[in-house]
Write a protein that binds this ligand. Structure first.
Ligand SMILES: *Cc1c(COP(=O)(O)O)cnc(C)c1O
Length: 380
C-alpha cells in the first residue's frame, strides 16, 4: 500500500461488535476474562488498549516498519529508549538538538552515569572519533531544530552499523510523509506525535517504531513497566489526525516554499534557514532523503536586539506566538527564550540559536494571508 492509503486505513478495521468504521475510543482500564488468563488479548490498558493499538499499527505502517509503540509524550518515548542504557554507556548525538532531548540527556541520564557526546553530525569522521567500546547509541534529529541542518541518515547509519551500536532517528520535524529513516538504516524511529502526525495542536503524544522484534520486546517491557502510555481519547485524536497527514504535509511544504522565498528577499532579514534553497549547505542530502522540504523555517533578523526581536515576534495577527510546531495553524517561536531556554547561551549560540533568531512553523492557511501577516510584522 502507498502512503495515503496507509494513513487512512493501516491498523484500522471495522469494529467487530458493531461494524463501526471508525476505531472506537475504548475508554476502559481493564478487560473481562472468561477464566483467569483467558481473554481476548487485552488485560489492562497501561499495557494494551485497542484504540492505541490501531494507532501503533498505523504509525508502524507509515514508517515501513512492523512494530509501533505510542507514548503519552515524545519525551516519554525518548525516556523509554534511554532506559535501554546502563551506567557507563556512552551516546553520540548532535550538537543542534531539540531542547527537551538535550535536557533529558544532560539533566536526567548524565546523572545516572551515561555520557553524551554532542558532535557535528554532518561530519561522519567527527562521529567516528567519539566512538569507543562503551558507545551504545547514536541519536540524531534531522532537520535539526531550529537551524534546519540536514543530517545524512544513511551515512550516519553506516557508521552505526560498522560500530554495532543502536541507531535512533527523531523524525518529528520531517514526519513519516517526508522521510522514512528505517529504510535508511535506523533501528528505531522516534516521533513527537504532538507535532505533524496528530497535526491539530490538541494532543501531546509520542511514538517509537522499529522493525526489530527483539528491540520491540525490550522497548515494550519499559513501556509497560514504567507506564508512560497514552489514553484512548488521545490515541483516537492522533488516528483521526493521521488521516489527513499527506494532505496537510503537501500544503505545509507548498506554503513553506512560498514563505521561505518571500523572507529571503526581505530587507530586514539577514538569514533564512530552509533546506529547499539550492545554496543550503545540505540541500543535496535533503533532496536525496526527503520527499519535499517541509514547513519549518528559521530566520535571523538583521541588526536586531532582543527587544527588536520580541517586538517582531509579538506583532503577528495570523501566526500565533507559541511553542510547538506542525499543527494546521501557523506558529512563531523564539527558541532562545522558549523551546531552547533550557540550553545554556554559550552552547546554543555556537550552533546559531542567537537572540535574533525566530522559528516559524508554516501552517496550512491561505498563503496570501500568511505573507500579508509577515509583511506587516516585519514592517514595524
Ligand atoms: C516536541 C519535540 C519532542 C518532544 O515531544 P513532546 O511530545 O513535546 O514530549 C522531541 N523532539 C522534537 C524534534 C520535538 O519537536
Amino acid at each position: 500500500m502507498k502512503f495515503a492509503t496507509k494513513a487512512i486505513h493501516a491498523g484500522q478495521h471495522p469494529d467487530p461488535t458493531t461494524g463501526a468504521v471508525m476505531t472506537p475510543i475504548y475508554q476502559t482500564s481493564t478487560y473481562w476474562q472468561q477464566s483467569p488468563g483467558e481473554h481476548k488479548g487485552y488485560e489492562y490498558s497501561r499495557g494494551t488498549n485497542p484504540t492505541r493499538k490501531a494507532l501503533e499499527d498505523c504509525l508502524a505502517a507509515l514508517e515501513n516498519a512492523r512494530f509501533g509503540l505510542a507514548f503519552s509524550s515524545g519525551m516519554a518515548a525518548t525516556d523509554t529508549v534511554l532506559r535501554l542504557l546502563q551506567s557507563g554507556d556512552e551516546v553520540v548525538t548532535g550538537n543542534d538538538l531539540y531542547g527537551g532531548s538535550y535536557r533529558i540527556f544532560t539533566k536526567v541520564y548524565e546523572q545516572l552515569g551515561i555520557k553524551f557526546h554532542f558532535v557535528d553530525l554532518s561530519n561522519p569522521e567527527a562521529i567516528r572519533s567519539h566512538l569507543n567500546e562503551n558507545t551504545k547509541l547514536i541519536w540524531i534529529e534531522t532537520p535539526t531544530n531550529p537551524t534546519m541542518q540536514i543530517i545524512d541518515i544513511e551515512a550516519v547509519g553506516a557508521v552505526a552499523k560498522e560500530a554495532g551500536v543502536l541507531y535512533v532517528v527523531d523524525n518529528t520535524f520531517a514526519s513519516p510523509y517526508l522521510q522514512n529513516p528505517i529504510d535508511l538504516g535506523a533501528d528505531i524511529v522516534m516521533h513527537s506525535v504532538t507535532k505533524y502526525i496528530a497535526g491539530h495542536s490538541d494532543v501531546v503524544m509520542g511514538a517509537l517504531v522499529t522493525n526489530n522484534e527483539e528491540l520491540y520486546k525490550r522497548l515494550f517491557f519499559y513501556y509497560n513497566a514504567c507506564g508512560g502510555t497514552p489514553g484512548p481519547q488521545d490515541s483516537f485524536l492522533a488516528l483521526r489526525g493521521i488521516k489527513t497527514l499527506h494532505l496537510r504535509m503537501k500544503a505545509h511544504c507548498e506554503n513553506g516554499r512560498q514563505v521561505a522565498h518571500f523572507l529571503r528577499n526581505h530587507p530586514r532579514i539577514e538569514k533564512v534557514y530552509w533546506p529547499g534553497f539550492e545554496d543550503h549547505p545540505n540541500h543535496l542530502v535533503a533532496k536525496k532523503q526527503m520527499r519535499d522540504f517541509g514547513g519549518m523555517i528559521s530566520i535571523v533578523l538583521k541588526d536586531a536586539s532582543l527587544q527588536d526581536t520580541f517586538k517582531v515576534a509579538s506583532s503577528f495577527k495570523v501566526f500565533s506566538l507559541a511553542e510547538s510546531l506542525g499543527g494546521v495553524e501557523s506558529l512563531i517561536n523564539h527558541p532562545a527564550t522558549m523551546t531552547h531556554g533550557s540550553i545554556p547561551r554559550e552552547v546554543r549560540e555556537k550552533v546559531g540559536v542567537v537572540d535574533n533568531l525566530i522559528r516559524i512553523s508554516v501552517g496550512v492557511e491561505d498563503i496570501e494571508d500568511l505573507l500579508e501577516d509577515l509583511k506587516q510584522a516585519l514592517a514595524l
